[in-house]
Design a binder for this molecule. Structure first.
Ligand code: GLA
Length: 384
């Protein structure tokens, strides 16, 4: 953490911060758009994320400042809140709201946030700020919640306060991340397992489309609704709680119940993606990077054609990866419609990859992508 932030805090609030916390962002290796369908996903926390400097105050006011955003707010302590506008501080305000709903007594707070996750890049800057605030409040007010409870609280903020019907994956990943490990999470039971992320001579590349964020929330909620529709139709005959409880054979035998070609394609993605995650677990634990890479390409293909959440920008990146000797697999990661793709790239070829993909993408899309390699890091934690 930079001393610059400490100085900025002191300048704003007249005193040094009592505590400093950090929460990472995440990438999802495989298992996309199945967390809200009771499936298994394989995310991991990354080294970039959000920092919070925080102190209690005696004025019963929550003061929100961010190093990277001009909007600030001073909000008086009340019993509850609702989202106001679209400013960034709605996320921590939603967390405060959830703590108050749980009957946890709070006092005013002076806060300074700072992040280095590209916003709207699909690396979960929102889960990062939610879990960061929840972790900090949990410590500051001795609320006694564990990491899973904090992740669930963050999800309630996203669903109830912010209005996005997202699943638990992002909050869970940034709360429970472990250095050099992927998390295999069962989103139905929340059972999870750490898988050593051993990819030999390969590195995990992240390619940011840099596409301006548009319509992600409404499209996301549309997909959620389509999945709930498919599930309800299949429940007429099948005894299932989630779409991911359906096997491919059962799906093929009963898909006519769905009665809508588009919704059928969405369900097909969900069911096949869940199987790919299971196969990816086997590939990763047995060191079969080639198979893991093939599953990544297959996942992207399904997200592109059946779930239709990719886009020309992400597809251009994955197309390039397929032709690049030294790339084992690639796919979009996160909600899609822009954001980032991930790729397994041979470490000796990474520089060449980065050099070549930029003009390839720029020629077709009109602006440059961002390219970096990512480190798999620990989840939310106290820094100072
Ligand atoms: C977003 C959501 C997650 C998950 C992914 C798609 O990141 O927040 O819950 O649904 O999209 O896999």
């Amino acid at each position: 953490m930079s001393t610059n932030l400490q100085e900025q805090f002191e300048k704003l609030y007249g005193k040094a911060a009592e505590k400093t916390f950090f929460c990472p962002g995440r990438v999802n290796l495989i298992g996309e758009h199945i967390d809200y369908n009771g499936g298994q996903v394989m995310p991991c926390a990354i080294s970039m994320g959000t920092t919070l400097l925080i102190s209690k105050n005696d004025d019963n006011v929550f003061r929100f400042h961010a190093a990277d955003f001009p909007e600030t707010a001073d909000i008086e302590l009340k019993d509850s809140y609702t989202k106001t506008g679209t400013e960034w501080y709605n996320y921590p305000l939603g967390v405060i709201h959830e703590f108050l709903l749980k009957g946890i007594k709070l006092s005013g707070l002076n806060m300074l946030f700072s992040g280095n996750l590209p916003i709207g890049s699909g690396l979960s800057s929102s889960a990062s700020i939610e879990v960061l605030t929840a972790y900090a409040l949990n410590e500051m007010f001795s609320a006694g919640m564990d990491r899973v409870a904090l992740a669930l609280l963050g999800k309630r903020v996203e669903n109830g306060f912010m209005g996005l019907n997202s699943g638990i994956m992002d909050q869970f990943a940034v709360a429970n991340g472990k250095e050099n490990h992927a998390i295999l999470l069962n989103c139905d039971t929340l059972d999870f397992e750490y898988l050593p992320f051993e990819i030999g001579d390969y590195v995990l590349g992240v390619i940011n489309t840099n596409k301006p964020r548009k319509l992600v929330e409404s499209k996301y909620n549309e997909r959620f609704a389509e999945c709930m529709d498919a599930k309800a139709k299949l429940q007429q005959k099948l005894n299932i709680n989630h779409l991911c409880d359906v096997s491919l054979d059962e799906f093929n035998a009963n898909k006519d119940l769905i009665g809508n070609e588009v919704v059928e394609k969405r369900a097909y993605h969900v069911i096949t993606e869940n199987q790919r995650v299971k196969d990816a677990r086997v590939a990763l634990t047995s060191g079969d990077i080639k198979k893991f890479g093939e599953l990544m390409y297959a996942s992207h293909d399904s997200l592109q054609h059946d779930y239709e959440v990719s886009g020309i920008e992400l597809d251009t990146i994955v197309d390039f990866c397929k032709t690049f000797d030294g790339c084992m697999g690639a796919r979009m990661t996160g909600a899609g419609f822009g954001g980032c793709a991930i790729a397994l790239i041979h470490k000796d070829k990474f520089d060449e990859f980065a050099q070549k993909i930029v003009p390839y993408y720029e020629e077709r899309i009109g602006y440059k992508p961002g390219v970096f390699s990512s480190v798999i890091a620990e989840g939310v934690r106290k820094l100072v």
